[in-house]
Structure formats: C-alpha cells, structure tokens
Design a binder for this molecule. Structure first.
Ligand SMILES: CC(C)(COP(=O)(O)OP(=O)(O)OC[C@H]1O[C@@H](n2cnc3c(N)ncnc32)[C@H](O)[C@@H]1O)[C@@H](O)C(=O)NCCC(=O)NCCS
Ligand SMILES: Nc1ncnc2c1ncn2[C@@H]1O[C@H](COP(=O)(O)OP(=O)(O)OP(=O)(O)O)[C@@H](O)[C@H]1O
Length: 201
C-alpha cells in the first residue's frame, strides 16, 4: 500500500526546499502549487471559472492569469479567498487523487503530497503521516519579503490569511524547524529520509 506523506507549512516556511530534497532522494512528489498553475493555464476550465467569478481584470493582455492581481484581491479579503478556494479546491482534489491512484497502481511505497492547505482543505485524514515545515514568524516574514519582493504589508497579509503555524505544529506528526540555516534543514531532512528508508515511519 502506498503511504501518503503529507508535507505542509506556512507560506515561505521552506516546504518546496524540503520537497526538492526529497525529490533528489527519489521520492515522488505531488505538488499542489504546480497542479494549481496547470489548472489555471490559458483557456483552461479553471481559468474560465475564475474569470466568471472575478472578471477579466484578472487576465494579462495575453489572456494568461495575472497571479499578482488575483493575489492582491484574495489576500486582502477573506470572502474573495473563499470564492477562489471554492473554484480551485475541487479541481485540485481531483488531480491530486488522479496522481495518488497512479502511484498506488505501481505499488510505489511512499508518495509526498506537498500542499499548503493540507489541514484547511481536509487532506490530513488521507495522509499516513503529516510533516509540517515551520519557521519563526520573523524569519518567515523576512524570507517571504525577500523571495517575492513584497512589502512588509503584503507579506503580513499573506501570512495572516493562513492557519497559524502554531496550530499546524500542534496538528503535525513531525515538525521540521527551518528557522536555522540550510545545512540544519538538510540534516533534519536526511534524518527523515533515513527513518523512511528503514520503514520506521
Ligand atoms: C492567488 C494565487 C493566484 C497567487 O499566486 P502566486 O503565484 O502569487 O502564489 P503561489 O500560487 O505560488 O502560492 C504561494 C503560496 O501562497 C499561499 N497560498 C496560495 N493559495 C492560498 C490559499 N488559497 N489560501 C492560503 N494561502 C494560499 C501558499 O502558501 C502558497 O505556497 C494562487 O496562489 C492561487 O490561485 N491560489 C489558489 C489555489 C490554492 O488554494 N492553492 C494552494 C494549494 S491547495
Ligand atoms: N534554511 C534556510 N535559510 C535561508 N533561506 C532559506 C532556508 N530555507 C528556505 N529558504 C528560502 O526561503 C524562501 C522560502 O522557501 P520555500 O520557497 O522553500 O518555501 P515554501 O514553504 O515552499 O513557500 P510557499 O508555500 O510560499 O511556496 C525561499 O526563497 C528559499 O530559498
């Protein structure tokens, strides 16, 4: 039976960095942010639905999704964020399960489900194990501002629109603390891989 290892965290907490390390060690990854982008491609069903809800103002001149504009709408306004989730979550769910079934058919022992809204969108029960990548708030804010070139206000809006990392940590089976440097992160991931390798997880 394929074990589903849920991987989540807060925005800019280091989820993708951890999933990249796991990918390098040969673990298959289901990446919800990447699935989201594919589902929002130009002329896709997902994008058509978003246009119906938010209007053509969310489009770039070349008809692709203007992620910055949509982001500025929804991370400002919980109602709009709920509307976005109502459009995207069912589509994301179907694609995630399509991929999980594909790995199950091949009897792959572990698959990593990398998804920011793991708890909020109720994937925890489907996971055999949930890993939360956490970081202290100040470091999270700094990394997010730096990575996305956001102002402090923009970064705080995004952090505040999510379930708190403190709560996510309480719901986790395993917490990886990424407040330190990259080597410290790598050591924790190596430890995790070691435990999976010896089927201790
Ligand atoms: C609003 C959008 C267009 C912003 O795009 P942008 O390129 O700026 O960000 P990107 O998609 O890379 O997401 C970056 C991070 O934002 C956070 N985030 C994204 N969507 C959400 C959401 N609905 N609720 C809370 N946080 C979110 C996550 O931590 C994510 O890792 C985009 O995030 C989106 O369409 N989100 C809705 C789909 C979704 O729920 N994705 C989360 C995976 S289930
Ligand atoms: N230990 C670390 N030390 C310094 N920088 C780091 C460390 N870990 C990650 N980063 C950097 O912090 C930023 C956030 O990391 P990453 O993109 O992996 O987070 P994420 O949780 O996947 O974010 P999101 O959910 O927003 O996509 C990136 O720019 C990354 O290069």
């Amino acid at each position: 039976m394929t074990k589903i290892i849920g991987l989540t965290g807060g925005i800019a907490s280091g989820k993708s960095t951890v999933s990249n390390l796991l990918r390098l060690s040969g673990y298959p990854i289901i990446d919800a942010d990447q699935i989201t982008r594919q589902l929002q491609a130009a002329h896709s069903k997902g994008l058509e639905q978003l246009i119906t809800v938010f209007g053509k103002q969310i489009l770039n001149p070349d008809q692709t999704l203007n992620r910055q504009v949509l982001g500025s709408f929804v991370f400002n306004d919980q109602k709009k964020l709920n509307k976005l989730n109502m459009v995207m979550q069912p589509l994301i769910y179907d694609e995630i399960w399509r991929q999980i079934k594909h790995y199950q058919k091949q009897h792959i022992p572990y698959v990593i489900l990398d998804i920011p809204l793991l708890f909020e969108a109720n994937y925890a029960n489907d996971c055999d194990l949930v890993i939360v990548v956490a970081v202290d708030r100040q470091t999270q804010l700094q990394r997010l501002m730096q990575r996305n070139d956001y102002s402090q206000f923009e970064a705080e809006q995004r952090i505040n629109s999510q379930m708190s990392l403190a709560k996510k940590k309480r719901l986790a089976d395993i917490v990886i603390d990424n407040s330190g440097n990259r080597d410290e992160l790598k050591r924790q991931v190596a430890n995790l891989i070691d435990q999976m390798h010896h089927h201790k997880l």
